[in-house]
Design a protein around this ligand. Sequence first.
Ligand SMILES: *Cc1c(COP(=O)(O)O)cnc(C)c1O
Length: 389
Amino acid sequence: MSDSKIFLSPPHMTGNEQKYIKEAFDSNWIAPVGRNIDLFEQEIAHYVGAKGAVAVSSGTAAIHLALSLLGVKKGDTVFCSSLTFVASANPIIYQGAEPVFLDSEPDTWNMSPQALERALIEAKKKGNLPKAIIVVHLYGQPAKMDEIMGLSEVYGVPVIEDAAESLGSTYQKQMTGTIGKFGVFSFNGNKIITTSGGGALVSDDLEALDRARFLATQARDPAIHYQHSTVGFNYRMSNILAGIGRAQMEVIVDRVKARREIFNRYQQPLSFLPGVSCIPELINTESNRWLTALTINEELAGTTSLQIVREMVKQNIEVRPVWKPLHLQPLFRGNNYYSHQEGASISDLLYTRGVCLPSGSSLTENDQSRIIECLRYVIEHAEVTERIV
Ligand SMILES: *Cc1c(COP(=O)(O)O)cnc(C)c1O
């Protein structure tokens, strides 16, 4: 194999990261407190238009804090998108609560308001409304937030936006992560910007964010001696990593622009391939196009998503299937699931048909042509031998 490996979504540094890391070293604030953290939090809040932000050790930690702030505990249920990474739902289990999974709808691939309404009606009848709704903006595409927020208000159930993949995406000009009660971002290495690992919780409720800071630093009571009245976590971000984040926030606008351009460069040549469709973009929304995701219609393409993944990986191109829906995971066997329409699950379909293409903001046009050529070759030459079931 002679061609160098093309990664799905590798970190993309600016060079300025070192400057802020050096500041942390020079001031000896090598700790989860310091100037980089304060400024990084302000920059995130300012960029998304939230009143405040708390920088933490991961996106998963931010989801856990949000659930904790909403009082989710043993015996409660939490509604969650099914088509997502497992990290969206794991914190529900950390709290001893029970996830109920909701299907996608075809226009955004995100939480189906229809499924949500059915699930809420049933839960209300049983006197068992969920404590929270975790809505994911998958691959950067915003969910149908008007409909979801409408239901949230009618039933009085707060929304946590898992915007781990959608920093910079807008819904009717409003940034994702600022529409629900809490928003969560991830700065893991594969996300649109990275701190090598990290996350943030954003909200307009500054009191809740203060409480999040308290919980994220072992919930130490305001006393001189070490006193604790509640369970806390060690979730704060290091001042060194926040330095990486500051440099990355300087280019967030360029990063969103680059990913959108990559999507646009894929879209036209791929539209000529039989059975290939790109993830849609809902009217009045703008996706950050974190990953360009496709569906492969086996009958028209003459091949399957699984075969495309295998063939392209052989050519040193990191292509991935879409997330396996959580209601299909062995981990969540036995958890409740509401499909978009009764008897017809959209997320199952997206899972068996979906493919994610390399979409990193540092992807060169040459490498992107190589990916497109490879995909074209596979579709023109493959026969169906295996599929995801
Ligand atoms: C990456 C991701 C997370 C978790 O973020 P970490 O920072 O890796 O903990 C949560 N939800 C979704 C949808 C993600 O893609």
